[in-house]
Design a protein around this ligand. Sequence first.
Ligand code: HAS
Length: 555
Amino acid sequence: MTNVKQQPDPKETFDQKDGSLVLAHLLFAIVALFLGGVAGLLQGMVRGGTITLPANIGYYQLLTAHGVLMALVFTTFFIIGFLYSGISKTLGGKLLDSVRKMGWIGFWLMAVGTILGVSQVLLNKATVLYTFYAPLKASPLFYISLVLLVVGSWLSGFGIFKQYFHWRKVHNGQLSPLFGFMSVTTMLMWQIATIGVAATVLLQFIPWSFGWVDTINVLLSRTLFWYFGHPLVYFWLLPAYICWYVMIPKIIGGKIFSDALARLSFILLLLFSIPVGFHHQLMEPGITPFWKYLQVVLTFMVVIPSLMTAFSLFATFELNGREKGTKGLFGWVKVLPWKDVRFFAPFMGMLIFIPAGAGGLINASFQMNAVVHNTLWVTGHFHLTVASSVTLTFFGIYYWLIPAITNRELTPKMHRLGIIQTVLWCVGMFFMSGAMHSVGLFGSPRRTAYTTYGDHPDALFWMPYHVVMAVGGMILFVSILLLIYNIVLLLRAPKGYTEYPIGEVYETAEKTPRILERWSIWIAISIVLILIAYTIPLIGMINSPVPGSEGFIMW
Ligand code: HAS
């Protein structure tokens, strides 16, 4: 199989109709980020003891809005918009009409789902947090809103598959562009993973919330949630990896180290990111140690593609440096484009992913999970991973994607403002996530409103950390405001050309093996791994269920 040139013609402007679809997703995501940010700011200040909320707003209501808007809405809208932009650019120069239509229907289904779901939270009918754990019981409309979100995303995913297979039909025998391949892997993982959440919402939550059945099998619902919940975190990560593998080499003036390695790491992520949900349930009764052990082993397998990614990035940076004449172990650092926000923001994301990933390894180790589970350490972990590594990469993408799709110019002023915004985010997160990690180790629980537990000395000891978390949250909020200001400037930037950066592979890289695009093999292996990891535990949960629980409305 021949490696095709990855790079589209730089003079080509972005298709206007595709641009509108992508822009709609990106702007919807920003609104979600803003509203989620307001909730985050307030809840941080409450927990730090600096404000009290009016009687008609609950802490957990804000926490639910924050989690849903940030973790589910901001990410999903951004990701689908970004993937559609890339498949339009690399798989034919514009979307097929039918694919664009699927993208729009998907967008509207997700938008209606979001508005419905968030309104239920704001009306205080769904204070169940973003994981909507049973036996907390929301209104039926909240669960229906989740169905709309998922079905909308499925439709958008099918659109991506359609564009990709159309490209392959037209370019018979050629290797697909890396961006297209990675988009298909991301959405394939998403479609397989969301079967879990669809099953629990349709078969358990909706009948229970309508009152058609009295009780719910809590363990089964949590297991189906985490079957989805863990690949969900890779659904956030993979688009960031697309930027790191495909865009960053071009932005720094280098090349992609190895197309084959990049594809293999995505395939491994597809295989190993799903059958690992039990590592979120290590402290739960009802699952025997053997199945937890097996899924922990698979969890350590899913670390491998991230280590491959780190290796590939270092190789790209170093080769780029050597080509530019740098010497010594870290000489390559000097020639990286530090004043280019398209590089700076994702790079800070990569840097932060080193301690963030190490935290993940700690969580996955059974004995250490017993120390950190349900403490603020875990909140610190996901603020470093999704809210820093991933989100900073998404910020970096915003800065070039908006002008690229609207045919405007990314000016030096925007680079400067973008870098300031990135630095603010990193500083805010340093305080917030650092304090969360530390105080989590001292036992401070996650998902808890302000309390001193009757002035217990341990709880009083946590308080200064909670104040630092609140200060970090305020800095993060300022960064969100600056991002919005920057996006308004980008939308009003002078007409012109901004590159859609797609890297080329080093000529000396190994040729990519044909087997990496044999989807039937990877889907089959993925299903086998899922069946091995889940069949017996699920049969046990269904055939010998724990006593069902009635619903609880604690707010
Ligand atoms: Fe996690 C909990 C284990 C990665 C998100 N995780 C969570 C939750 C979220 C989340 C949201 O095993 C909480 C869910 C909830 O609400 O309860 N996580 C892991 C492991 C990894 C991992 C093993 N997590 C992520 C990513 C996330 C994310 C990615 C979002 C995007 N996580 C857990 C576990 C729990 C958990 C347990 C349950 C805890 C509990 O008890 O509740 C691994 O995938 C991490 C591998 C990563 C690496 C790092 C590679 C580094 C790279 C950067 C290279 C840098 C360069 C720049 C090149 C090994 C690729 C260098 C330049 C220089 C100049 C130096």
